[in-house]
Ligand binder design. Structure first.
Ligand SMILES: *Cc1c(COP(=O)(O)O)cnc(C)c1O
Length: 373
């Protein structure tokens, strides 16, 4: 830790309770902890993408409003370009929405967000860094939305924003659409943000709800589709709100090469994206069946990872896997039922096989001898 600065009294008080995001350190032969996609691009495609990313002049600023990317996204989701804002990863969209819609309601000292737990940690992190209160409503026994509890929280907290990821992380399932709809209808004067970072791996997108309700926005990202390095995301939502968000956005927020790369991906690599999602879904089902066969609990995944109930404390399994060069994400430091869970990204076939081979040592269905391995 650094010595306290003599200027510490100037720092926003909310930051005292927050920690900067640090990815798990170290290098592992098999990294299945961050929901990154397996790299399936051919060398030729990689080269074509690299060429596309290089702008005609490095001395010029990129497109100021990411027009070309916004038009492509808009066409894909049936929106107008003025209903799309491009961001440096969808986490920037999360931060911009929270920063913009931060006005406390009458009589309140700060604005409030309602979200679920467990879910993507950035909702709470961004809310707190902007001084917003957060109400977290536990998901139900099947990790689906608890409509009554959400309704209660919305009525009581009168949130400016409601954040829901579907498919959700770390739980991997998509939420029920009728429940999502009920929550949208219970929050007519909040912005309900549906995070669809994993929608490409799901049976269907909830994105169309945006066209039915004027107070819904949808987040998208290239990060889980094999292009996390580009840092490109977007929000599709009400034009009048995005007009205000655009003031909060810093100029040229998406770097030129990333913008050009994203346009190339969406315009030219449609077949590669389909190949990636089919591959991941196929491997996901293979790994899910194998883990369930060993006696682990496996939530029905519609994402590129699995939420695995180890039926007991999972710290030992996490550490055993890591010692064998397989990094997954463990929730053993959390409380209650969550603490029994590992989140395991679907990787390349050989990586998934290696995971299965190693984790079999801790199979809850296996006998005591097998467990001691
Ligand atoms: C990974 C992830 C994102 C992606 O964030 P980027 O900034 O686009 O990389 C967004 N939402 C959820 C729920 C995620 O898991």
């Amino acid at each position: 830790m650094n010595d306290p600065s003599p200027l510490a009294f100037l720092v926003r008080p909310e930051l005292a309770e927050l920690a900067a995001y640090v990815p798990h350190p170290g290098t592992y032969a098999v990294q299945l902890n961050a929901n990154e996609a397996p790299d399936l691009l051919s060398p030729d495609t990689r080269r074509a993408l690299a060429d596309a990313m290089l702008p005609p002049s490095l001395g010029r600023y990129p497109e100021s409003h990411a027009e070309s990317l916004r038009e492509l996204v808009a066409a894909r989701v049936g929106a107008g370009a003025h209903e799309v804002l491009a961001t440096a990863g969808s986490v920037e969209a999360i931060s911009l929405l929270i920063g913009t819609l931060g006005r406390p309601r009458q009589g309140a000292d700060a604005a409030t967000m309602v979200t679920t737990t467990p879910t993507f940690f950035m909702y709470k992190h961004c809310a707190r860094m902007h001084g917003m209160h957060v109400v977290e409503v536990p998901l139900d026994d099947a990790w689906d939305l608890d409509v009554e509890a959400m309704r209660h929280a919305i009525t009581r907290a009168r949130p400016n924003l409601v954040f829901i990821a579907t498919p959700n992380t770390p739980t991997s399932n998509a939420v029920s659409e009728d429940r999502l709809r009920a929550i949208i209808e219970a929050a007519p004067d909040s912005l309900v943000v549906i995070d669809e970072a994993y929608a490409a791996f799901a049976r269907q997108s909830a994105g169309r709800l945006r066209r039915e309700y004027p107070h819904v926005a949808v987040l998208g990202s290239l990060s889980k589709l094999g292009f996390a390095a580009l840092r490109v995301g977007w929000v599709v939502g009400p034009a009048a709100i995005l007009h205000e968000v655009d003031k909060f956005r810093l100029p040229y927020n998406v770097p030129g090469p990333s913008l050009r790369g994203a346009v190339f991906v969406l315009r030219e690599l449609g077949a590669e994206l389909v190949r990636l999602t089919s591959f991941v879904i196929h491997e996901r089902e293979k790994v899910a069946v194998a883990l369930a066969g060993m006696g682990f609990g496996v939530a029905p995944s519609e994402a590129n990872f699995l939420w695995v109930d180890t039926k007991g404390p999972c710290k030992e399994i996490f550490e055993g896997l890591a010692a064998d060069g397989v990094l997954v994400q463990s929730h053993h430091a959390r409380e209650g039922r969550i603490a029994r869970h590992l989140r395991i990204t679907v990787g390349m076939s050989h990586e998934n096989d290696r995971l299965l081979e190693t984790i079999a040592r801790w199979a809850p269905g296996a006998g005591e001898n097998a467990r001691r391995g």
